[in-house]
Design a protein around this ligand. Structure first.
Ligand SMILES: Cc1cc2nc3c(=O)[nH]c(=O)nc-3n(C[C@H](O)[C@H](O)[C@H](O)COP(=O)(O)OP(=O)(O)OC[C@H]3O[C@@H](n4cnc5c(N)ncnc54)[C@H](O)[C@@H]3O)c2cc1C
Length: 367
């Protein structure tokens, strides 16, 4: 492994990219690791098409946007134009980003930290977690093979193969519609299997209408209600496969019978929802505090909030957390006390966190 970076930034959203730009301006070495295929993937995945992006600022916030270059324009533009603007800006500034790289873990070393990812390990003096608040849930299956897509960036990838979409909600339905449509347009008669653990799919009326339309136009779909992903295994040819049980017959002799399908994992898309970042904080050994009755005003009783210094450093030394990952509130250690700190989930807060965290890290590195 080569020299450590001053900062490795996990997540290429507003917080991560503002941090990268600040590092670039201040002469700190850095690398952004983004799990999606492009920067701002979190926004691209969650904003509806054509949504206007507002430069919202909390009412009581005294400061302007501290990284003006990434600020959404005053006259709101669509998410597509904002993404295009940001992409041009990042290219123009030649910021150091590696996409398609999912963060997995951090290891302490004698001389710094090692960041473990789906594409190898990287060394850093400090790590900034800027992975937002929507962490896709993992499939919980037995076995070692677990890597399946969580969304569809290019439906054409599934041409010519039987595709399995898992999940019962609108996101899964949208993926099914996108793949069916592409297959139909390219005269591909391989079906899309749509599996859900429960017997009933749960989509809104508008999505159901679009799906119905796609089916009437010839979309080849097979529904698998009550199907459960069970095992991730590597077959004799070294291909990772997902075994999904589609029904089960209880027998009087106690030996149950079931049917299952096995799909190459690269043909599987799992849209099984997202979760907050607490499970990742637990995995990394970063301390959180549960809100007791009457203690928190933003969070609810029982919610677990991450514990951070006023400089956004977590209880794991050298690991900082900013942006949506600490919204809508966190526990701040300041002047010897710990208090809940309001932190609205906005592009404004993500960008301004980046400004302050780079100042703090620069100081801590003695630059
Ligand atoms: C529908 C919707 C509309 C909104 N509209 C507005 C608005 O108009 N104005 C406004 O100010 N705010 C708006 N927000 C909120 C705003 O988008 C967020 O506050 C902001 O995106 C948070 O930035 P972030 O960088 O912290 O996180 P994100 O934007 O979520 O970025 C995190 C990035 O990390 C990546 N990532 C996640 N996990 C990993 C991993 N394991 N490894 C590597 N990378 C990873 C993700 O792919 C993503 O690109 C809206 C939010 C939603 C959901």
């Amino acid at each position: 492994m080569s020299n450590p970076y001053d900062i490795i930034i996990i997540g290429g959203g507003p917080a991560g990219m503002a941090t990268a730009y600040m590092c670039h301006k201040q002469g700190l070495s850095y690398l952004v690791l983004e799990s999606g295929k492009a920067i701002f993937q979190g926004i691209a995945n969650t904003y509806p098409q054509g949504k206007l992006v507002y430069p919202s600022k909390p009412k009581d916030a005294p400061e302007p946007f501290l990284v003006e270059e990434l600020r959404p324009p005053d006259k709101p533009v669509t998410v597509e134009s904002y993404l295009q603007y940001v992409q041009h800006f990042v290219q123009h500034e030649n910021l150091n980003i590696q996409t398609d790289t999912a963060f997995e873990d951090i290891r302490d070393e004698r001389d710094g930290l090692t960041v473990v990812t789906s594409r190898g390990n990287f060394k850093a003096r400090k790590v900034l977690l800027a992975f937002g608040s929507n962490i896709p849930r993992e499939l919980s299956v037995y076995g070692d093979a677990k890597m399946v897509a969580k969304n569809v960036d290019d439906p054409a990838k599934y041409i010519g193969v039987k595709t399995l979409v898992i999940g019962g909600g609108n996101t899964a339905a949208d993926v099914v519609i996108a793949v069916l449509k592409t297959k139909r347009e390219q005269n591909d008669d391989q079906p899309v299997y749509w599996a859900h653990m429960s017997e009933k799919f749960d989509v809104n009326k508008e999505t159901a209408q679009r799906l119905g339309e796609e089916i009437l136009l010839g979309g080849n779909i097979r529904l698998l209600p009550g199907a459960t992903p069970r095992i991730g295994e590597v077959d004799n040819e070294g291909i990772d496969r997902l075994v999904i049980r589609i029904n089960e017959f209880k027998q009087a002799d106690g030996i149950d019978l079931y049917h299952a399908l096995s799909f190459p994992m690269q043909n599987v898309i799992a849209c099984i929802g997202s979760q907050g970042p607490v499970p990742i904080f637990d995995k990394l050994g970063i301390q959180t505090i549960a809100c007791a009755s009457g203690v928190c005003t933003v969070a609810k009783e029982g919610d677990r909030l991450v514990l951070l210094t006023a400089d956004f450093e977590s209880t794991r030394k050298g690991v900082y957390v900013v942006g949506g990952a600490i919204s809508p509130s966190f526990m701040k250690i300041a002047a010897g006390s710990i208090q809940e700190e309001k932190h609205p989930n906005l592009i404004y807060t993500a960008i301004n966190d980046a400004y302050y965290v780079v100042e703090a890290i620069k100081k801590s590195l003695g630059r």
